[in-house]
Design a protein around this ligand. Sequence first.
Ligand code: DC
Length: 336
Amino acid sequence: MSDMVSIRGAVTARNNAEEIAEASRRLFEKILFKNGITDGDIVNVLISTTADITAFYPARAVREAGHNVALFSCQEPNISGSLKGCIRMMVTAASEHAPRSIYLNGARTLRPDITAAWSIALDGPSGAGKSTVAKLVAKELGITYLDTGALYRALGLKAIRGGVNTHDGAAVEKALASADVKLEYVGGVQHVVLDGEDVSAAIRTPEVSMAASAVSAVPFVREKLLDLQRGIAASSCVILDGRDIGTVVLPAAEFKYFLTASAEIRAKRRYEELKAKGESVTFESVLDDVNTRDKNDSTRAVAPLKKAFDATEINSDGMTAEDVAKFIVDGVKKDL
Ligand code: DC
């Protein structure tokens, strides 16, 4: 069901035609993308600029980018102390989603209430390279990396240790109700602490992978880990990788990416990782695991693996982790 919504946005630019045009087009298109709307949903677009923006009409930039929508530009009064070089938009449109405001570059300072702690949601199937990429991005941007899979793995480990059938939801809930999972950061590196024990190394086995995939389908387990993930994201700038970050955990994340790769490539990467750790596995068994986990993760009833409508998809088949990280870092830097 669509409702009429009013979506706000703002961006800053220096007073030259090219910059104004680029900023205006980018703000408008980001408003559309982040709100899941297209030109046909739009009733009208009001654009105002501070008095120092005189080199180009922002509305012209939007029109010349091929958007056939009702546009209206005006200039704001010259208020002393107001943010310099500011272009503001208000888009009225039919939308199925709650309106998402977009504040870019210098205009982020206008709304510290919604722009102070920003997040990057990185979702995708197992073995797509999410954790390698997320670590690189976190380092480059100086933000926290939250590996959410590790939380599910810790609970999977507890279920195995308790001898629980991980496919029996009621038994899983009973065994994990009292589990105490915490994350600690030592020198910027995430450690997972289960009932007081650092299990960061113990959770990296194929057996725990399968158990994590199974227990992650239990609603109680997802609910239990939700507040922990949201709490960390609310207090600092983070990159989270997982399966449902952009769709369920942080639907309002500023930046969303969905990282994919073919099953063979993902299995090959995981196989090499396990071999390097001295595990005795065959490529076929790793590929089987990848396929089984893909099926579990994308067909489960609760929070299945799914690309958020406003996530940018990256297929990493022909890319290195550094290439993917650079793509994300460049995308984020453009808006900060
Ligand atoms: O990313 P990983 O392989 O460490 O994740 C382990 C399992 O946990 C995976 O099979 C799916 C599940 N998981 C999830 O359901 N939701 C997340 N946000 C992260 C992981």
